[in-house]
Design a protein around this ligand. Structure first.
Ligand SMILES: Cc1cc2nc3c(=O)[nH]c(=O)nc-3n(C[C@H](O)[C@H](O)[C@H](O)COP(=O)(O)OP(=O)(O)OC[C@H]3O[C@@H](n4cnc5c(N)ncnc54)[C@H](O)[C@@H]3O)c2cc1C
Length: 406
């Protein structure tokens, strides 16, 4: 492999959840990796490691375990043992149970901030990673044998070269903009209002997904007997919700969600995220490959974004590792296109599944509402369909990368 100052095998732009995870997955490889990240992981302005939580699927837990991160995470995450799905104002409920699926938990809830600490503690131990932070990408030049980038660090331009450039720089990816790659998709005209709340009773490791006519409300069990609330609302309503005082906020949430989780007693700070469905029109361009939100950003309704991205980058690592064994080149376009084709089916399924959930459950047209109730009841009583839904949400459907294997 090349060894020159500022010359690497792989440059990852973006050290958020996805970019940092990719570098860790490559910890045992000989690849020399640079990460270019705009904000320190514990800076207030860091857009990724904030107060949000991520519902990690069971499959993602296996990946994190194989990355060597689970011992550090285990005591800081909460298990989801039951998932309860309902439709406000209509009959029909579906419940998924961990014991029916033969697993310790259907998934786990982790705070983004905690994930950031664990990921960056590991990165600091890796000799094969050089972190350029705070540093921002300015420009990209593509050549036959390499990609060159200029980043700005401490007000100075710094030139870096690599065989492969990975864009993990989020939904407004600068890499994509530098290469004039279009981002296609749609906005849902919805925002997610998030907050961590404390109920008056034990959460018993139950996650709730409640569809309402104005958007879904998810309550995810957290450590310290708290719930992470992801409340999707039309933009104007979400802005109003943000302006409420804590008491009025809890009252409105209670009225929307109901009393299944008991009385909602205390709330932490609220924040708001606009929601859209976006996909990069190209995942691979020459020696450049897009991952995470730079490749596709989906609605958080089914908690799939980061889980999908972990399966993406674990597959990319399979391709990089096979290439390394053959002493070839990690930025070879054919290799990156092979990665793209392996990931196509899973991405399409998650993309369509998430979009369909929003369309079907945000509509109060009465025949559709009736079919929805019947659908939820059917899933609840038909073990085969229920098992398929559980497998999909546990991230165990379709072709799995090496790091997903126990
Ligand atoms: C409300 C909400 C709830 C969610 N819940 C879940 C869930 O339960 N489960 C789940 O799987 N997913 C969930 N997601 C999705 C998940 O948050 C995303 O999939 C994930 O954050 C994507 O990470 P990323 O690293 O690709 O992008 P980002 O998080 O956007 O990180 C991009 C990184 O690149 C850096 N960067 C950007 N531009 C530059 C530049 N020019 N130079 C250098 N660095 C740059 C940024 O500073 C940042 O660190 C949720 C999303 C939202 C909005």
């Amino acid at each position: 492999m090349t060894v020159q100052r500022n010359s690497f095998d792989i440059i990852i732009v973006g050290g958020g959840l996805v970019g940092a995870s990719l570098a860790i997955m490559l910890r045992d490889s000989d690849y020399r990796i640079a990460i270019v990240e705009a904000f320190a992981h514990d800076a207030d302005a860091q857009p990724c490691y904030d107060d949000r939580t991520v519902a990690l699927s069971y499959g993602s837990r296996t990946i994190l375990q194989n990355m060597g991160l689970w011992p550090a995470l285990h005591d800081q995450v909460e298990a989801i043992k039951t998932i309860h799905i309902s439709d406000r104002g209509h009959l029909g409920v579906t419940r998924l149970y961990h014991d029916e699926e033969g697993v310790e938990a259907l998934g786990y809830v982790a705070e983004n901030r905690v994930l950031g600490e664990v990921l960056h503690a590991q990165l600091a131990r890796q000799d094969n990673v050089t972190l350029f932070c705070p540093a921002t990408l300015q420009s990209i030049e593509e050549y036959q044998q390499q990609v060159s980038v200029v980043v700005e660090q401490d007000g100075e331009p710094v030139a870096l070269q690599a065989k492969c450039l990975v864009a993990a720089d989020g939904i407004h990816s600068k890499v994509r903009r530098c290469l004039s790659i279009a981002n296609t998709g749609k906005t849902y005209h919805q925002c997610a209002v998030i907050a961590n709340i404390t109920p008056g009773q034990r959460h018993d490791n139950i996650a709730y997904e409640r569809f309402t006519d104005t958007g879904p409300v998810a309550l995810l069990p957290m450590t310290g007997n708290r719930y992470s609330v992801v409340w999707t609302q039309p933009v104007a309503q979400a802005e109003q919700t943000m302006r409420l005082d804590d008491e009025a906020f809890l009252q409105q949430l209670q009225q929307r969600f109901g009393y299944r989780a008991g009385i909602l007693k205390k709330t932490g700070m609220r924040s708001m995220y606009p929601l859209s469905l976006q996909a990069s029109s190209e995942l691979v361009r020459g020696r450049v490959v897009m991952v995470g939100n730079a490749a596709h950003a989906i609605h958080p309704v089914a908690g799939q974004g980061f889980n999908l991205a972990l399966r993406d980058i674990a597959t990319l690592v399979d391709c990089f590792t096979a290439e390394h064994d053959r002493q070839l080149d990690p930025g070879r376009t054919e290799l990156l296109l092979e990665y793209q084709s392996i990931r196509e089916a899973d991405t399409r399924t998650v993309y369509r599944f998430t979009d369909a959930l929003i369309k079907i459950f945000s509509n109060d047209f009465s025949p559709l509402a009736h079919s929805r109730s019947v659908g939820l009841l059917a899933v609840d009583v038909l073990p085969f369909i229920k098992h398929r839904l559980a497998k999909q949400s546990m991230g165990l459907a379709g072709r799995l990368p090496g790091l997903s294997r126990v």
